[in-house]
Design a protein around this ligand. Structure first.
Ligand code: G1P
Length: 291
């Protein structure tokens, strides 16, 4: 392991998913499928592809099914094997023993607080964060976190995935005050969470992927509530700018905001069209539907 190896990723999955009610009344929003894989599985696949070994899930009440998803489904597997069925669909659902950690955030105090709940497990090493709502779809072997880990080997410090959105959408996100950029790496001079309309320093947002130094946990320890009355990760990161290198990485791939209904449907459509088994069928159907 070198000083620049990222071994751990934190997945905040305690949110109640109110935007998808009633679908999310009894089902964790992270288990909603895009075609046939749950959102959280894409996030874990992305982490595995980036070389992450330990997955740390910050869950809450009503989210036990996420833990079951990453366990062995004993009866199912025995039955499928007995019937001579292929089990490859379950690939990535069984993490190495000891490499899936589930912690509870007892109260919804904000993303910064959720990450801080992982401090003892993260320890004194840099770590990644993946927000599963932000579905980042890259070419095989070129997922978003993989691209960031590659960039991190050059930059060190702190990295966030930076993405352009229409200016009028910036109020829903963490927004960068960008410095010099080579098109892929952009210096971060400042960060502001959910800026009031008309005050955003740019239209570059923090798109749900982070590689952070462990010092952020110290900052979070005393971080006061910010936007929306919540303890914001963005505020803690902003406090580290100037003390450590801080860059935004441009992702080469497609992003779907699966925290919104439209983004979720777009992700399903895009991934269905890519599939060998159903792609042609869905393409024909979609053509008929819009003609
Ligand atoms: C969170 C972060 C925000 C980031 C966004 C990406 O916001 O606080 O900085 O831009 O995720 O989706 P939330 O979606 O929890 O309001």
């Amino acid at each position: 392991m070198t000083a620049r190896t990222i071994r751990k990723a934190v997945f905040p999955v305690a949110g109640m998913g109110t935007r998808f009610l009633p679908a999310t009344k009894a089902v964790a929003k992270e288990l909603l499928p895009v075609v046939d894989r749950p959102l959280i599985q894409y996030a874990v696949d992305e982490a595995l592809e980036a070389g992450i070994e330990q997955m740390i899930f910050i869950t809450g009440r009503g989210k036990n099914a996420i833990e079951d998803h990453f366990d062995i489904a004993f009866e199912l597997e025995v039955m499928q094997k007995r019937r001579g069925k292929d089990l490859s669909a379950l690939e990535g659902t069984r993490l190495a023993p000891g490499n899936a950690v589930f912690l509870r955030q007892q109260e919804p105090l904000g993303l910064g607080h959720a990450i801080w709940c992982a401090r003892e497990i993260v320890g004194n090493e840099p770590f990644a964060i993946i927000l599963p709502d932000e579905f980042m779809h890259g070419a095989p072997g070129r997922g978003c976190l993989r691209q960031m880990v590659d960039a991190y080997e050059r930059t060190g410090g702190n990295l966030i995935c930076a993405l352009e959105v229409p200016m009028e959408e910036t109020a829903a996100y963490g927004v960068l005050d960008p410095g010099k950029s080579d098109g892929v790496l952009t210096e971060v001079k400042g960060l502001v969470e959910k800026p009031a309309p008309g005050t955003a320093p740019s239209n570059l947002i923090v798109a749900g992927r982070y590689i952070l130094q462990p010092e952020v946990m110290k900052v979070l320890e005393t971080q006061e509530a910010g936007a929306g009355g919540e303890i914001q990760l963005t505020d803690a990161m902003a406090a580290m700018i100037g003390t450590q290198p801080f860059h935004g990485v441009t992702f080469d791939g497609n992003r779907f905001d699966c925290g919104s209904k439209a983004g979720y449907i777009e992700a399903n459509l895009a991934l269905a069209l890519e599939r060998e088994d159903i792609g042609a069928h869905i393409r024909n159907f979609a053509r008929k539907l819009v003609c």
